[in-house]
Ligand binder design. Structure first.
Ligand SMILES: Nc1ncnc2c1ncn2[C@@H]1O[C@H](COP(=O)(O)OP(=O)(O)OP(=O)(O)O)[C@@H](O)[C@H]1O
Length: 241
């Protein structure tokens, strides 16, 4: 598969401060990657850097083999980098359907496919953005990013602050997105088990450095590393719930 995104020895941050320290990984078309780490580890900064929102101090970012440093955000979107920031950025005074179609670009993702991922959006299609619950807003933010038909979607903590039943619904949509359309994905998430279930590979960030890279299913079984780097305690077989 063709290489989409590559980071090589990347150091980046804000102003004079460096957050990402010598980060390197590649992602091919059709691949899915979870970015894990504790609060403040630099996960969002990684996505912001891919979208040109931070100051790169050293290293390289390539998109389909081309140098991406210095390319403005709108141009990165046009090149096929889709981004759903934590803030969601829904248009309050547009309907769900208008939010989805206002900046749509032709491609495999259209209204029918997005409604197929998130049936709740079809039911709410005539409601205003500001009438939606947090979970519905998240579904809409993902749907709107897909309507731009990105080659790679960057999702920043899509499950944050959602009730467990809505977490399941958003996860089911993301799972369908990957399974039905082979959507390439980088998923930043604090919900470690869900993120590992939705992706093929993962990296773990600690203080801006990639301290571990693994297959997601292997990582999901690795109680020692989950506990050490992510504070996730797995119940051992036979241990009471
Ligand atoms: N706009 C900014 N200006 C200066 N420092 C920032 C800015 N955004 C984030 N930081 C700092 O960069 C570091 C990494 O933050 P980042 O948000 O990337 O971590 P994170 O792993 O996504 O954390 P969380 O899971 O809590 O969102 C933190 O020390 C944070 O304070």
């Amino acid at each position: 598969m063709a290489e989409l995104l590559a980071l090589e020895g990347l150091c980046a941050g804000y102003g004079e401060g460096i957050v990402l320290d010598e980060c390197s990984f590649t992602l091919d078309e059709g691949e899915t990657l979870a970015v894990l780490g504790r609060n403040g580890a630099g996960k969002s900064t990684l996505l912001l850097t891919a979208m040109g929102q931070t100051r790169v101090r050293r290293g390289a970012i390539r998109w389909c083999g081309q140098d991406l440093i210095g390319v403005p955000r709108h141009r990165r979107a046009a090149l096929g980098l889709g981004w759903v920031p934590q803030e969601r950025e829904i248009f309050d005074s547009l309907s769900v359907e208008e939010n989805l179609t206002v900046a749509a670009r032709p491609g495999r993702w259209d209204l029918a496919r997005v409604y197929g991922l998130f049936p709740r959006l079809r039911l709410r299609r005539r409601h205003w953005g500001n009438e939606l619950s947090g979970g519905e807003q998240q579904m809409l933010a993902i749907g709107r990013a897909l309507m731009l038909n990105p080659r790679l979607l960057l999702l920043d903590e899509p499950l944050e602050g959602l009730a467990p039943v809505i977490v399941e619904e958003v996860c089911a949509g993301i799972e369908r997105m990957v399974a039905s359309e082979g959507q390439s994905l980088v998923l930043v998430e604090q919900h470690v088990q869900q993120a590992l279930a939705l992706t093929q590979r993962c990296i773990v960030l600690e203080r801006g450095r990639i301290v571990h890279a693994a297959g997601s299913s292997d990582m999901a079984q690795d109680a020692g590393r989950l506990d050490r780097w992510l504070g996730v305690r797995q119940r051992l077989e036979g241990e009471p719930a």
